[in-house]
Design a protein around this ligand. Structure first.
Ligand code: PBG
Length: 325
């Protein structure tokens, strides 16, 4: 049966009808807000390419997290900036570094927030790579112990979920083993399983001061042209013990999110990364797009593709807008 019997416009006539048949209902309950913790007190430096996003000392992180919790956002993910960088990224696992202190302060503040932490070395190493470097090469196996130690330090400080973003092979297994042998079997792992080597991380590298000092990340992050390989990465991380898996970036990889969602029965997250955020902000500031509508459409699209958890710098704005609708 076709026209005139079938008229899809019947169900689009009013907002009541549209709401009644809506397939994807974007909600604040899957949002995760990223924050950048740095040393010092009373520091709040806006990131040039990410309006509204700051490098902040622990005191200010706690204040912003109070606001985040008040908006009904369930989780934050913490990134850290070290006092000093070195060859092995020592501060990634130091109990008194910014991220570890921020976790402790948030625990003490008893906020209704899940605390996720990014586990990687690139913010902490002098060369800016995500692993140990020898003769210009990023070494896989020697990096695993450093990552596991970093994850353990986050767990000791009180993190709920650790999220390795380095893309070394075997890191989920190494972290799981380390956490378990130290009594942290209840700390979950969200793995950046399908993380692509993307130009969309540009603004983040300004925020986290983590631009590689030589070469690029192509020998460990995935080739943007590959989709089947993403399924293999996800399968391996699940075998090694990942609880939640992530696809990153989000917008150019909606097909990957969908395939992963269809293939695996685990929670799927997507990272709406810094470059995606910066493009929207820049266009909105020029009056070229309607920021609210664009952001809600983007987040709805990512959720519709299959991500129930979305890491996004738009989280606070989106939560406010969703409350109003
Ligand atoms: C660290 C890391 C990066 C991002 C999250 N964790 C940058 C990178 O891999 O260079 C990117 C996040 C964003 O762009 O918002 N490895």
């Amino acid at each position: 049966m076709t026209f005139p019997t079938q008229r899809p416009r019947r169900l689009r006539r009013t907002e009541a009808l549209r709401g009644f048949v809506r397939e994807t209902k974007l909600s604040t309950s899957g949002l995760v807000y990223p924050l950048f913790a740095c040393p010092g007190t009373n520091v709040r430096l806006e990131v040039g390419s990410m309006p509204g996003i700051y490098q902040q000392s622990v005191d200010n992180i706690v204040e912003e997290c109070r606001e985040v919790a008040g908006l009904g956002i369930p989780a934050v993910i913490l990134f850290g900036l070290p006092d000093k960088k070195d060859e092995i990224g020592s501060e990634a696992s130091a109990s008194d570094a910014a991220v570890q202190r921020a976790i402790e302060a948030l625990r003490k503040a008893k906020l209704d927030l899940l605390i996720l932490t990014d586990v990687c070395l690139c913010e902490y190493t002098s060369h800016g790579h995500c692993g140990i470097v020898k003769d210009g090469e990023v070494l896989n196996d020697p990096t695993l112990e450093r990552l596991a130690d970093s994850a353990l330090s986050h767990a000791r400080a009180g993190a709920d979920i650790v999220a390795p973003s380095d893309m070394m092979d075997g890191r989920v297994g190494a972290i799981r083993k380390k956490l378990d042998t130290h009594g942290f079997e209840n700390v979950a792992i969200l793995s950046y399983a399908a993380k692509y080597c993307s130009a969309f991380y540009g603004p983040f590298r300004e925020a986290a001061q983590s631009t590689p000092q030589f070469g690029d990340r192509r020998s460990y992050q995935m080739d943007p042209a590959n989709a089947r390989e993403a399924l293999r990465e996800v399968a391996l991380d699940l075998e090694e013990g990942a609880d939640i898996i992530m696809v990153k970036p989000a917008l150019p990889y909606l097909d990957i999110i969908q395939r992963v969602r269809e293939r695996f029965d685990v929670p799927v997250a997507a990272y709406n990364v810094s470059g995606e955020f910066a493009m929207v902000k820049a266009a909105a500031r020029n009056g070229w797009v309607d920021e609210k509508r664009v952001v809600l459409e983007i987040l709805t699209g990512i959720q519709r593709a299959g991500a129930q958890i979305i890491l996004t710098y738009h989280a606070k704005d989106a939560a406010r807008w969703l409350k109003a609708c």
